[in-house]
Design a protein around this ligand. Structure first.
Ligand SMILES: [Zn+2]
Length: 71
């Protein structure tokens, strides 16, 4: 049966693909990302939030990520 052969072939290729993806696709998260990012309003830098979806309470602008070194 050709259909069965196709199914087996596709299943085998898919299995190999999934296996390869499982072993090589996952990249361990190496360091480099800051854990506690702070989001600030571009217009009002004193308005900060740790929530990336937060809006400025004064002007309503979407907060952008900013690093908090210096002032
Ligand atoms: Zn603002």
């Amino acid at each position: 049966m050709d259909t069965m052969q196709i199914i087996v072939t596709v299943a085998g290729v898919a299995l190999i693909g999934v296996t390869l993806w499982f072993f090589f696709g996952k990249r361990p998260q190496s360091g480099g990302g800051t854990v506690n990012d702070l989001y600030v309003c571009p217009m009002h830098p004193w308005i900060t939030s740790s929530d990336s979806t937060a809006d400025c309470s004064l002007c309503g602008m979407k907060l952008v990520r900013g690093d908090k070194r210096g002032s």
